[in-house]
Design a protein around this ligand. Structure first.
Ligand SMILES: [Zn+2]
Length: 386
């Protein structure tokens, strides 16, 4: 009897969880995909689709690892099923698209796999984040080609193989990293906005949205400059980069991760400091000002790095002083102590305490540098303007 009660409870738990999984799978598969032409029979359609997929999964995926060939046949079966009456009349284009079917089917399998109900599925769900990560520009919601889907799978398999992972394991690791990053990025971007407002309100600059920010998972180009001791760490090329030619900011997650393993920083604070530093480079180069042109690209590129780093560091420092965000100030100070000389110029005696607090003088010197129409070849050339 007791056993029977437990069995019922176990069944209820399973029933509850599977129901939740379906809610999430439909959310992930149908949200923003605009699949319906009209909303009649919508619930009936969802229920029938659920039964069709469930039937296939129960008979194929529970005890065996399904091959790519068989999985593709199953996806094709669902697409063909969706063309049947009466559901074809409520769907845009009379059927479900490849992109939508792969998303809902693969997402349902991902949940069952993570729940421990099935062995590793053959593929992973492809959404805009994963596609972007793989270098595809296409929209999964509109995609309707078996050949294109196979191309996605092949590319994901080669990424996974490089990491020694299966496709679902690879997707899970990338996706989870992104979940943490999205929140972090959001926090950092709102500070970035405020950072620009500071120059608009306090130093007469004009508002402009900052450039594209790319999170890179590749090995940073100058990682070797920080390895193996992580005691002299340039920001640029290791943790981030302002690309003045293509007008974008790159954040190197691998570099940030390596630094975190060596030194105990808060991930979000460190990422914000790197982002502020790169936005500061962009401000010096591009932020519009009524009495200064943008820094001409050639002059900007050939100006000595001490001037670039000195300017970027001091304006981040001034902003953090002004805003009084203590955790970021601490992170900035600690990171600076681990950085090469160029990043510490702002902190040397030659600035003096008075200048450090006087952002107007610093920003006026920037305006003069921009208007000079030549590259600056020595640090003193800038310092003499302050
Ligand atoms: Zn820099």
């Amino acid at each position: 009897m007791e056993c029977g009660v437990h069995k019922v409870i176990t069944d209820c738990k399973d029933f509850f969880l599977e129901n939740e999984i379906w809610i999430l799978s439909f959310l992930g598969g149908f949200q923003r995909a605009h699949i319906y032409k009209n909303m009649d029979l919508r619930e009936e359609f969802k229920n029938s689709l659920k039964q069709e997929i469930r039937k296939i999964v129960l008979s194929n995926y529970v005890n065996t690892r399904v091959s790519t060939k068989q999985h593709i046949e199953n996806l094709e079966y669902i697409i063909a099923w969706s063309t049947s009456s009466p559901f074809n009349s409520i769907l845009r284009g009379g059927k479900l698209r490849w992109g939508v079917v792969q998303k809902i089917f693969n997402l349902y399998l991902k949940y069952l796999w993570c729940w421990g109900r099935i062995p590793s599925p053959p593929h992973c769900p492809f959404d805009s984040f994963i596609l972007n990560h793989l270098g595809f520009n296409s929209k999964w919601t509109r995609m309707n080609s078996k050949a294109e889907y196979l191309e996605w799978v092949e590319t994901a398999a080669s990424h996974a193989q490089k990491k020694g992972l299966s496709v679902p394991e690879w997707e899970l690791s990338v996706y989870e990293k992104n979940r943490i990053l999205t929140q972090t990025e959001f926090n950092c971007l709102s500070i970035g906005d405020d950072f620009i407002d500071f120059f608009v309100l306090q130093a007469g600059f004009q508002k402009k949205n900052f450039p594209e920010i790319i999170l890179s998972f590749e090995k940073p180009p100058l990682l070797h400059k920080a390895e193996p001791y992580w005691e002299s760490i340039p920001i640029d090329g290791v943790l981030g980069q302002y690309d003045s030619i293509y007008q974008r900011i790159i954040i190197y997650i691998v570099g940030i991760d390596c630094l975190l393993q060596r030194w105990n920083f808060d991930f979000t604070d460190l990422m914000c400091i790197v982002l502020l530093h790169e936005i500061a480079h962009w401000i010096t180069h591009k932020l519009p000002h009524l009495s200064a042109q943008e820094w001409p690209l050639d002059d900007y590129l050939f100006t000595v790095s001490e001037v670039h780093e000195g300017l970027a560091q001091i304006i981040v420092y001034l902003y953090l002083q002004y805003k009084g965000i203590s955790s970021l100030r601490r992170t900035f100070k600690r990171l600076t102590q681990l950085q090469p000389t160029a990043y510490n110029i702002y902190n040397k005696n030659l600035f003096g305490n008075l200048i450090k607090k006087n952002h107007v003088k610093i920003m006026n010197s920037l305006i003069t540098l921009r208007n000079k129409r030549k590259s600056i070849s020595s640090l003193n050339e800038w310092l003499s303007l302050i």
